[in-house]
Design a binder for this molecule. Structure first.
Ligand code: BTN
Length: 242
């Protein structure tokens, strides 16, 4: 079953079950009447994560995909806005919660991953932002790349619809800031909330593990590592803290 509702200019399509909310977003991106939509599902049977991994989709958690028009050149801003918006929502609900960002777009609570974000291309100039948030349960399989946590574990009890509405609100505000002030306004807030700035980290890329000191992010959203006093910019990989 599917429900449709409008919230603050977003078309919200909520399903009982989907294979992946990102797949439905891709279908909707071909529709001429859609400009800005969010797709959610109570159950997701084939959730996917970054680099072909599976996203373990436990019922009660939030699975959503934003479908919006965004130019490819501004992708870096979008990547940081989507994770910042979630950090802000969690901090609003629980101001003392230990929430940090992990490059490129993970949100950590108590140093464990509470969400995952997967950007994909839609039709024409649509971008699909798939976001999974662990609300009531976190996967606990031995093959997990990074330890996971859910919001309930830190005393935050919120259902997926309420979280979604708060999230869209924060995202819209950040979008306005980006629109009015540009990438730097977003990148500045992102780095302030990032874990491990100035510290030794390791980045696992498909080819190698690169170690260095995390010194910042650049205009394309790449992470900057100081490696033997040379600055290296890396565009994709998984960060691990030393
Ligand atoms: C990651 O690997 O960290 C990204 C995970 C993204 C999961 C979300 S859940 C909603 C959307 N639908 C999917 O199939 N994946 C994303």
């Amino acid at each position: 079953m599917q429900n449709h509702r409008k919230i603050n200019g977003w078309d919200w399509f909520d399903y009982d079950e989907l294979e992946s909310t990102n797949d439905l977003a891709l279908e909707l991106s071909a529709r001429p009447d859609i400009t800005k939509a969010v797709i959610t599902a109570v159950r997701q049977t084939k959730g996917r994560g970054r680099t072909g991994r599976t996203w373990v989709s436990i019922e009660g958690n939030l699975f959503m995909s934003l479908l919006l028009k965004f130019e490819l050149k501004d992708n870096a801003a979008l990547v940081f806005m989507v994770s910042l918006a979630l950090l802000e929502v969690i901090k609003k609900i629980s101001p003392t919660a230990d929430v940090k960002l992990k490059w490129p777009n993970d949100v950590l609570v108590n140093n464990k991953k509470v969400s995952g974000i997967l950007l994909e291309k839609g039709e024409a100039d649509f971008i699909i932002v798939g976001i999974g948030v662990n609300l009531v349960a976190a996967p606990n399989t031995p093959d997990l790349l990074y330890p996971a946590i859910c919001l309930q574990e830190v005393g935050i009890n919120i259902d997926r619809s309420k979280l979604l509405i708060k999230y869209l609100n924060c995202f819209d505000k950040l979008y306005q800031q980006w629109y009015n002030k540009g990438y730097e306004a977003i990148a500045g807030q992102w780095i302030k909330n990032a874990k491990g700035v100035g510290e030794a980290i390791a980045i696992r890329t498909p080819k190698e593990i690169i170690k260095g000191r995390f010194v910042g992010i650049d205009y394309s959203g790449r992470i900057l590592l100081n490696k033997d006093d040379n600055i290296e910019a890396i565009s994709a990989g998984d960060v691990f803290f030393e």
